[in-house]
Design a protein around this ligand. Structure first.
Ligand code: PLP
Length: 454
C-alpha cells in the first residue's frame, strides 16, 4: 500500500542529479543512487520501493525513542502553530528554550546548570571550545587555550570540530585542518592498542602519556581535555575500566577543563540521561549533547556548563557578553520536541528499560564472537560494534579495499537489517526502545550475514 505513494525511479534520478550527500563516494552515487527512506515507525524504516528494515543504526545514533510517535508530532505541530520561531540573541528568549534549559540543568550532573542551545553536535562542541577560550581570557589566562583530544575521536564536521577529531579517514589531504594548539593522545582501544599488556597496565600507560603531554606542552597552556565517554564513529571504543575517572583526576590536578562530548552517549543510549557521572564517575566542567536530545525529531544541540565557569565569565560589573550564537539557537519548535522527548523518556521509564534490554543486547551480540571472521564484539547498552578480522589469532585486518564491513552490511540489508559499515566494522546504535524480539532479529540476521560472507 505504502509502495504506491512514492515514485522511486523519479526520486533516484533527482537524487543523482541534484543531491550531494556527505561521505558518499561520487562514483557510487552516480551509478547506484542511494537508499531512499520515506517512512519510519519505532525502530523500523521503509524505503521508496516498500522494503522495510530494522534500523540498527538509529538514523545516525539519534532516533532514541523511535520514529513516528504521535505525541511528538502533536508537540511539534502545537508549537509551530503557537510560535514557529523567535530569536535568542541579546535580551530575547522564548518560553520553550527557557523551560528546556531549566530541565537540562536538572538532569545534568553536579553544578552543570548553565545551558547554551545550538543547532546540533558540531555547533555544541564548537561552542564548548569558544567557551573555554572565553573563560580562560576572563580569568586572566589567555595562554591557556590548547586542547587535548584523542586519535579516533569524532567531534563533528565543522572545520574546528573535524580538526579536534582524530579519525584518519576523516582527514583527507585536500583539507588543511587546524593543528595549532590541538594535541591528540592515543586511543584507549584495548583490543588493538594494549599490545599484550593487561587492561590495568594499559590504563597506566594512557594516563602516563597524558601526564607526559601536559609536561611537554605546559599545563599553563592547556585549556581543556575533550573526550567522548565511549568513542562512537571511531568504532565504539570502550576504554579500560577507570579511564575517564583517571583522566579527569589528571585534569583536576592541572587546572584543565574536562569536556565530555555526550552527543551520542546521552538520553538513554547508555541507559542514563548523561553517562559521564552515572556510568564513568566523572562530573565534567562542560557536557555537549545533541542527537537523542530530540531523538532526531528536530535538529538541536546543547552545551551545558558549570556554575563555576559561569561565575567567572559572568562576573558582575564586567559588562561582558559571550559574542556567539546561531539563528536557530533555542529554536522553539526544536526545544518543544526536546521537552516532549524527555517527558516520554521519564514517563515510560525508558532508562531502566534500556539498561535491561541493553544488557540482553550485549549478551546476545557476544555470541557472534565465536564466528570465524569476528575479532571482537564491543557493546555497552545500545552502542555496539562488530570488528572483522582476516585472522583471529593475529588480529590482522582484511585489506581495506575488500571493504569487509560493507559486504556484511549489504547481506544484512537484503535480510531487512541496517547496520553501519565503517571499513572493517559494523556499528549499531538502535532505538533504545528495542524489544527482546528485535534484539534477537538483529543478532540472528547479523550471524547469517557474517556466515554468508566468511
Ligand atoms: N560529537 C560526537 C561524539 C558525534 O558522534 C557527533 C556526530 O556524530 C558530533 C559531535 C557532531 O554532531 P552533528 O553531526 O549533530 O553536528
Amino acid at each position: 500500500k505504502r509502495f504506491s505513494k512514492f515514485d522511486s525511479a523519479r526520486l533516484i534520478d533527482a537524487d543523482k542529479a541534484h543531491y550531494m550527500h556527505g561521505y558518499h563516494v561520487f562514483d557510487d552515487h552516480r551509478e547506484q543512487g542511494s537508499l531512499t527512506i520515506v517512512d519510519g515507525e519505532g525502530a523500523h524504516i521503509q524505503d521508496a520501493e516498500g522494503q522495510r528494515y530494522l534500523d540498527a543504526v538509529g538514523g545516525m545514533w539519534c532516533t532514541n525513542i523511535g520514529l513516528g510517535r504521535e505525541e511528538m508530532v502533536e508537540a511539534i505541530a502545537d508549537q509551530t502553530r503557537r510560535l514557529a520561531y523567535s530569536n535568542s540573541f541579546c535580551d530575547m528568549a522564548n518560553d520553550r528554550a527557557i523551560e528546556l534549559s531549566e530541565k537540562l540543568a536538572e538532569l545534568a550532573p553536579g553544578d552543570l546548570n548553565r545551558v547554551f542551545l545550538t543547532t546540533g553536535g558540531s555547533t555544541a562542541v564548537d561552542t564548548a571550545i569558544r567557551l573555554v577560550h572565553f573563560y580562560q581570557n576572563c580569568r586572566g589566562k589567555p595562554e591557556k587555550k590548547q586542547v587535548i583530544t584523542r586519535i579516533n575521536a569524532y567531534h563533528g564536521s565543522t572545520y574546528l570540530t573535524m580538526s579536534l577529531g582524530g579519525k584518519q579517514a576523516d582527514r583527507p589531504p585536500e583539507f588543511d585542518f587546524l593543528s595549532d594548539g590541538i594535541h591528540h593522545l592515543s586511543c584507549p582501544y584495548p583490543y588493538r592498542e594494549a599490545q599484550g599488556r593487561s587492561e590495568a597496565e594499559f590504563l597506566e600507560a594512557l594516563v602516563a602519556e597524558f601526564e607526559a603531554r601536559i609536561a611537554e606542552v605546559g599545563a599553563e597552556r592547556i585549556g581543556a581535555f575533550l573526550a567522548e565517554p565511549i568513542m562512537g564513529s571511531g568504532g565504539v571504543i570502550i576504554p579500560p575500566e577507570g579511564y575517564h575517572r583517571r583522566m579527569w583526576e589528571v585534569c583536576r590536578r592541572h587546572d584543565i577543563l574536562y569536556i565530555s562530548d555526550e552527543v551520542v552517549t546521552s538520553f538513554g543510549r547508555l541507559g542514563h540521561f548523561f553517562a559521564s557521572e552515572d556510568e564513568f564517575g566523572v562530573i565534567p566542567d562542560i557536557i555537549t549533547t545533541a542527537k537523542g536530545l530530540t531523538s532526531g525529531y528536530q535538529p538541536l544541540g546543547a552545551c551545558i556548563f558549570s556554575e563555576r565557569l559561569w561565575e567567572v565569565i559572568a562576573e558582575p560589573g564586567t559588562g561582558r557578553c559571550f559574542s556567539h550564537g546561531f539563528t536557530y539557537s533555542g529554536h522553539p519548535v526544536a526545544c518543544a520536541a526536546a521537552l516532549k522527548n524527555i517527558e516520554i523518556i521519564e514517563r515510560e521509564a525508558l532508562l531502566p528499560r534500556a539498561r535491561e534490554v541493553g544488557r540482553y543486547f550485549e549478551e546476545r551480540l557476544a555470541t557472534l564472537a565465536e564466528l570465524p571472521i569476528v575479532g571482537e564484539v564491543r557493546a555497552k547498552c545500545f552502542m555496539a560494534c562488530v570488528e572483522f578480522v582476516a585472522d583471529k589469532a593475529t588480529r590482522e585486518l582484511f585489506p581495506e579495499e575488500l571493504n569487509i564491513g560493507e559486504w556484511v552490511h549489504l547481506r544484512a540489508e537484503r535480510r531487512g537489517l541496517l547496520v553501519r559499515p565503517i571499513v572493517h566494522l559494523n556499528v549499531m546504535s538502535p532505538a533504545v526502545t528495542l524489544t527482546h524480539q528485535e534484539v534477537d532479529f538483529i543478532v540472528d540476521v547479523l550471524r547469517d550475514s557474517i556466515l554468508e560472507t566468511v
